[in-house]
Design a binder for this molecule. Structure first.
Ligand code: ADE
Length: 244
């Protein structure tokens, strides 16, 4: 999968994603990251990419021309005339795991990171296919949201995680939070690993993990529990274990 990011801060994107699992996936050519500096497409002698808003008001607005030309360069590079393009904005649909899975089906995905007070509406209308927010708060620019999305989407691309199963069975895959995990030592500062996990009895371990997921989800994310598909056994278990 190829990620293309139009930004005024390409280093920020590269530095964030070239580490850790996304960095390894790039080295293995499972994903690629193409950062496109919008300023390189300014035709202004001072390389300006923004100007005052028509009608007045605070701040500056990013001009349509440099963004248009940056996107044309990505179209030429990919040889594709139609590309899915995400504009990061607090006004967009709030990003979630299902959206990550859906975006992961694309071969090429383009991000536009805004800055200043916004981006000229005309270029957005021309090129944007998806308006996405990463949550109800306002950041200084679209770079961190693009990095958040690329990280979450990359994990859904086959081969990025060493073990494909692990992406399927974790938090949100079925609207339940993940069960707690433990590793050595068996006892840490007087706190023991739950006995069932040391028992080697796989059916009991699965049952315990399912129950822990149910309890956690009810406690921390009751909104998710409403969407989860619960079995009769799940419901009985929750009824027998009221919130403490
Ligand atoms: N740009 C500024 N804030 C944002 C947010 N919360 N999500 C996406 N893009 C943004």
């Amino acid at each position: 999968m190829n990620f293309h990011v139009m930004t005024l801060f390409p280093e920020m994107i590269r530095n964030g994603l070239e580490e850790s699992i996304t960095g390894r996936a790039m080295n293995k050519n499972i994903i690629s990251l193409n950062t496109v500096n919008i300023r390189d497409f300014s035709q202004d002698k001072h390389l300006h990419v923004d100007d005052y808003p028509y009608g007045g008001g605070a701040g500056m607005v990013m001009q349509p021309g440099p963004i248009y030309r940056a996107f044309e360069s990505i179209k030429a590079q990919t040889g594709k005339d139609k590309l899915r393009l995400v504009y990061l904005t607090p006004q967009g649909s709030v990003f979630n795991q299902n959206m990550a899975k859906d975006f992961a089906k694309e071969e090429d995905l383009v991000f536009l990171c805004g800055h200043y007070e916004g981006v000229d509406e005309r270029i957005l209308e021309m090129i944007v296919t998806d308006y996405v927010s990463i949550g109800d708060y306002v950041l200084t620019g679209g770079e961190l949201p693009a990095m958040v999305m690329i990280d979450a989407i990359s994990r859904m691309v086959p081969g990025v995680l060493s073990n494909d199963v692990s992406a399927e069975f974790e938090s949100f895959s079925d609207n339940l939070l993940e069960y707690p995990q433990y590793t050595r030592p068996e006892e840490f500062m007087g706190n023991k690993v739950p006995d069932v996990l040391l028992s080697g009895h796989h059916a009991n371990i699965d049952k315990w993990r399912r129950e822990q997921s149910l309890l956690r989800t009810r406690k921390w994310r009751p909104d998710l529990l409403e969407k989860a598909e619960l079995t009769k056994k799940d419901i009985e278990f929750l009824d027998k274990n009221p919130i403490s």
